[in-house]
Write a new protein. Structure first.
Length: 215
């Protein structure tokens, strides 16, 4: 059965791989699964047809036969469970990889998203007051993550879905100057971006933005 995901018709990130369909594209590329993409405008994301797939009116969604999923982390987990390449065979290593998936989305990503929300949606004065506190939270998490990663290439042995999600989360800090304070994390992100599957996913997402008409 053909896999179909949804993505922005014109991504707010300028096609730089920050939109969360990138995680799903990357996962599918890692496991060698072909997929189709249905592009949505912001208006279409709030219409009944899409809300039936994603109750919060966001992207991505995943459809395969009669299965419909939403939430990028859940979709990546489903892909990793169904296809070899993103979760170890050993039961304990598999459990640790899943733990890192949750850590990326539940522990590391929230303060990073808070920073983005403050930057784009809040009053400038309020943003300037809040930013040092948000950045302090981010640096605390990055310091802990940096200490755990050490000199290793990946979080727990071989590359896994945990690394895939963590790299996409850390990428959201690119351009802020914060990630660069942790050389091993910067190198970790660079290793993720150097993977052939990542490059294929990035090119595919960028092509959508490049081909989209200017608003």
């Amino acid at each position: 059965m053909t896999i179909t995901i949804t993505a922005f018709e014109r991504s707010p990130d300028g096609g730089q791989g920050m939109a969360r369909d990138m995680r799903v594209r990357w996962a599918l590329e890692e496991v060698g699964q072909p997929y189709g993409v249905r592009l949505l405008s912001f208006k279409a994301m709030k219409e009944p047809a899409h809300l039936a797939l994603h109750p919060f009116g966001q992207i991505p969604t995943y459809q395969e036969g009669d299965l419909a999923l939403f939430e990028s982390g859940a979709i990546v987990f489903h892909i990793a469970e169904r296809h070899a390449g993103l979760l170890p065979d050993d039961a304990n290593a598999r459990a640790r990889a899943i733990t890192w998936m949750f850590a990326a989305l539940n522990t590391v990503e929230p303060p990073i998203v808070d920073r983005e929300v403050a930057e784009y949606l809040e009053d400038e004065t309020w943003y300037e007051q809040r930013l040092p506190f948000i950045d302090e939270r981010i640096r605390k998490r990055l310091g802990e993550l940096s200490g755990r990663l050490g000199n290793a290439d990946w979080l727990d042995g071989a590359f896994s879905a945990g690394d895939l999600l963590m790299v996409t989360v850390l990428r959201r800090l690119e351009g802020s100057g914060i990630l660069e304070e942790y050389p091993n994390l910067s190198a970790y992100v660079a290793r993720g971006k150097a993977r052939a599957a990542y490059k294929r996913a990035f090119v595919a997402q960028l092509a959508v933005f490049t081909a989209a008409p200017t608003a």
